[in-house]
Structure formats: structure tokens, C-alpha cells
Design a protein around this ligand. Structure first.
Ligand code: GDP
Ligand code: MG
Length: 174
């Protein structure tokens, strides 16, 4: 091991887009289906790849009722997973607002963000094109993945890994 560091990741997005499903899939490789959405959950785990171990805290948020609550979540975190559902246009608009808010509070140059379009297994109900997600990621210069927490561990895991990799690189520059 060449290094040891810590990282705080917050999962943001509209309610019911699959924030908890994505988080639990990443941490346990399993998909359970229904998750309580009444409170925030803080998880902690150690992850090793590229010969580096990182202690990661992950805050799976429930709906913030106030702007202050959202700002607290953003201020707390070093890295951000912004989730929308490809079946819900509104959640995509909300993702844009969230990234703009992160940018205003943290400055995107210093805050790695991943834009995650979830529920890609529901292709028949798609309301947000892959191109839309890609375009937003180019605009904000953040990473972008479409995933399905329900069907696939690999995509979710790759997305988290690349966020952690980017965050490590940023931390190394500080
Ligand atoms: P949260 O409120 O953002 O945390 O959303 P949840 O993780 O609680 O998920 C909301 C609902 O969407 C639940 O019924 C999940 O089973 C479902 N869900 C989550 N991810 C997926 C997915 O990738 N595909 C499908 N088909 N359903 C999903
Ligand atoms: Mg939840």
C-alpha cells in the first residue's frame, strides 16, 4: 500500500430515483428492492484498488426539506454522486440544479461529481436520453454513467470506483 486516505461521499437526487438502491448495491453487491426513505444513512467502508486503500464514508440522503439541509450535506462531502432516473424527466432537471448548487458551494474544480442515470433496465419507460446525460456531463465537466441498480453490480461499482479515483487524484494535488 502506498497511501491511506479518507473520503466523504454524499448521494444526492430526487426521491425514488434509486439513491439507496445504488448505495446498497455498491456496498453489498445486492439489490433488495425496497428501502426506507425517511432518514439519512451513513455507511463506512474501506476500499483498495490501484494499490491504495481509502476509507470511504457514504451518506445516502433522504429528501432535504430545507435549503440549509442540502447545503449542510454538500459542505460535509468531498465527492458527490448525483442520481436521476432515466424514466423521470423531473429528476434530471433536479440533477442539474444539484450540480449547480454543488458548483456554487464547492467549485467543481475541487469537487468530483458523478452524474448517475439509474434504472436503465426500464428502457421502455425512458424519458431522458443517453445524449442528454452526456451533454450535461460535458457542460459541468463531470463523469457520467447510466446504470441499473436492479440488474447490475458492475456498472454501479465502476462508477463509484471512478469517483473515488478522481477524488484521490484531487486530494493528491491539494
Ligand atoms: P431513493 O428514494 O432515491 O433512495 O430510491 P430507492 O433506492 O428507495 O428506490 C426507489 C424505488 O425504485 C424502489 O422501489 C426501488 O426498488 C426502485 N429502483 C431503484 N433502482 C432501480 C433500478 O435500477 N431499476 C428499477 N427497475 N427499479 C429501481
Ligand atoms: Mg433512499
Amino acid at each position: 500500500m502506498t497511501n491511506y486516505d479518507r473520503l466523504k461521499v454524499v448521494i444526492l437526487g430526487n426521491s425514488r430515483v434509486g439513491k439507496s438502491a445504488v448505495t446498497v448495491r455498491y456496498l453489498t453487491k445486492r439489490y433488495i428492492g425496497e428501502y426506507s426513505s425517511f432518514k439519512d444513512y451513513l455507511y463506512q467502508h474501506s476500499v483498495t484498488f490501484d494499490n491504495v486503500t481509502t476509507e470511504v464514508k457514504i451518506l445516502d440522503t433522504s429528501a432535504c426539506k430545507t435549503t440549509a439541509c442540502l447545503h449542510d450535506h454538500i459542505a460535509w462531502a468531498d465527492a458527490f454522486v448525483v442520481v436521476y432516473s432515466i424514466c423521470e424527466r423531473d429528476s434530471f432537471q433536479q440533477a442539474r440544479i444539484l450540480i449547480e448548487t454543488i458548483s456554487a458551494i464547492k467549485g467543481l474544480r475541487y469537487a468530483p461529481v458523478i452524474l448517475l442515470g439509474n434504472k436503465r433496465d426500464l428502457e421502455h419507460a425512458r424519458q431522458v436520453g443517453v445524449d442528454d446525460g452526456h451533454e450535461m456531463s460535458l457542460q459541468f465537466q463531470c463523469q457520467f454513467y447510466e446504470v441499473s441498480a436492479a440488474e447490475n453490480y458492475v456498472g454501479v461499482s465502476l462508477a463509484f470506483q471512478s469517483l473515488i479515483r478522481e477524488a484521490r487524484a484531487m486530494q493528491a494535488l491539494k
